[in-house]
Design a protein around this ligand. Sequence first.
Ligand code: SF4
Length: 519
Amino acid sequence: MKLTVWTYEGPPHVGAMRVATGMEGLHYVLHAPQGDTYADLLFTMIERRGKRPPVTYTTFQARDLGADTATLFRDACLAAYDRFRPEALIVGASCTAELIQDDPGGLAERLGLPVPVIALELPSYSRKELFGTDETFYQLARTLAQPCGRTPEVSCNILGPTGLGFRHRDDVVEVTKLLDAMGIAVNVVAPMGSRPSDLARLGAAHFNVVLYPEHAETAARWLEREHGQPFTKTIPIGTRATRAFVEEVAGLAGIAPRLDTGDLRQPWWSASVDSTYLTGKRVFVFGDATHAMAAARVARDEMGFEVCGLGCYNREFARPLRALAKEMGVEATVTDDYLEVERAIAAAAPEMILGTQMERHIGKRLGIPCAVISAPVHVQDFPARHSPQMGVEGANVLFDTWVHPLVMGLEEHLLTMFREDFEFSDAAGPSHHGGHAPVAAGEGGSAPHPPEADSPRSISGHRKDAEPVWAAAAERELRKIPFFVRGKARRNTESFAAERGVAEITVDTLYEAKAHYAR
Ligand code: SF4
């Protein structure tokens, strides 16, 4: 048992639903208890799809358990086939149905339906959503892809986009543009945007472009083995990675690389003098491994930030993430426990977080600005406007999204110079985020205060006796340090004092610690 309030990933059958919902002409019969239909809302509300996911649930109840749940499953399969007439069917069990062991695969096979029936084995108690998408897509490719000759023109498949994917819709548009500029045709985009009959001709492409390894790496490896198709390893997030991706694709296609940079604004925006104040800003990066690694590289190499923490929640991809963290000289946080992530963020005391929806909440609690770079995300990250992460326009979007939550350069300067000012007091927060909204009458009339962000104690909630105590003068001196680096200064001084057995932190201790860490 594990006490859990937030989970970064759903159960693996949600992954299978994401594959089915992204496709057309495929139906999913899911053996699941009454109530599991909640997952429909992910697609109809968060992604705002205009129709129900192609999923039939058996929705068994307590009283069914005394009778024949296997018959219930068979009937649901027949009814789903009759009603939807899909080109192929996937069948499987949710966590509860896994316990009653009705064997959906075996049952569906015996029905003798005239279309391919693919049984999914998704271990709900040991694996999660991303395993579910990857395994489902792999099983579909394996069952449906037929041996076929290559297209006469150079073509590739785009693999990985699914229903409920963070910016998948717009990434596909951007990557198609990159390929188009090189004269490379797209054979099939899958799973999102394809039908089972499209998957039959996956083998006709000359190579595969894998956009999201979490969803498509197993299928891509299988296609490489069985159909001789190499696949791309570079994820085109950020300007540098987009250039590297174009080079890699050109290599696979046997043509010269070509990238249209007419609309690429991010490098100049990052290099312009107004971005100087971004240099060295400490960021903590967390998300799925692919997005987190891409974001860390962009943060360090293109925006001039200092990456002070890097992590992911999907252990399947922990290895490359750990390697990158090591290269960046930071500790990797590989966990699906958001409390652990919160502790790591508090300890690193960053000036900004790049993370998921969960880190947005953590950032709010700690008073640290945050931009979202990875699923899980909420409804606001399925925007109406074109908003890719990949390719040329993706690089532009990253710049705007990451800079926006930060305090602007001039304001940062004013906050440091006039910290006693009624308007630019550092407790007031960035003005462009409504930090200066007047306090409601009766609430005291002073400037609003964001939650105390400068101490990791706000997380543990209590002080240990052995912790050094701050003398009043030292505490006053500490407040002269701009608020966005104050947390780091406080933490460093406390560890400096603790290591030397200093019980009371004075102004001298503060400056000694500063000199020590500056060395
Ligand atoms: S079967 Fe799994 S997903 Fe469905 S309600 Fe139970 S625990 Fe949740």
